[in-house]
Design a binder for this molecule. Sequence first.
Ligand code: SF4
Ligand code: SF4
Length: 253
Amino acid sequence: MEPRFSCTACGKCCHGWLPLTLADAVAHASRFPLAMVWTPVRSNARSYELATRLGATVRLPNRKTVAVLIVPTAYLPTSFPCPELQDDGLCGIHETKPSRCRTMPFYPYREEKDQADLLIPRKGWQCDTSATAPVVYADHAILDRTDFDRERSDLLDQTPAIQRYADYMLKYMPWIVDELAKLAAKPTGGNLVTSLSSFLTATRRPDAADIAAAQAPLFRAMAERTKDDPALRDYHRNYSGWAKEMEGLARRK
Ligand code: SF4
Ligand code: SF4
């Protein structure tokens, strides 16, 4: 049966981490508390070759090589709704929402031929996959590919900046290689989270102080919201530390 899919705007997928293009992260810096999420992709993974083009390639201490996706991400606990999700389940910034939200459920960090399982709604999601929903994917190809192509193209364009960031971090924070090696060895994989301020510093963005000024109050607010929940201790620690880093960067204007 051909995969069918239609979004019913239930808002269920608008929770937790939201991977963004760099352009979207900058454009929405006053909305989303941002972090950089590193995900090793092993050389036997299906999307390895694509990951080497979209991310960085890192030689591990055991001489194996991994591709590492480094993704600007709206960094929210899984239980937290996107700050733009309205009470009626609709998106408050529909006209200007990030590429990631437009391309859903497709995902341009994967090859186009490997998208079929993304059309199966996760538990609790109310996506319409019934016989009346439109066919969106056939013969391993996306039928309306405008949003997918735009997001993929933005990801390819931002690769030099991501690679510069990786080079900087691996030089000045060599412990990251050991962390990536540990994650790559885990059967379930995993992620490493670093601060947006490290990215702004590494890439010497001329708008770094403005981005930092937009981020600092978001981190302060998130630190406050997470301070009493032991399950969110890591989030709270990151938000608190990053608020101070962003305040420092904002003063450099
Ligand atoms: S920006 Fe809009 S569509 Fe995207 S996660 Fe937030 S509420 Fe959902
Ligand atoms: S879970 Fe499915 S139906 Fe609900 S907002 Fe996300 S894509 Fe749309």
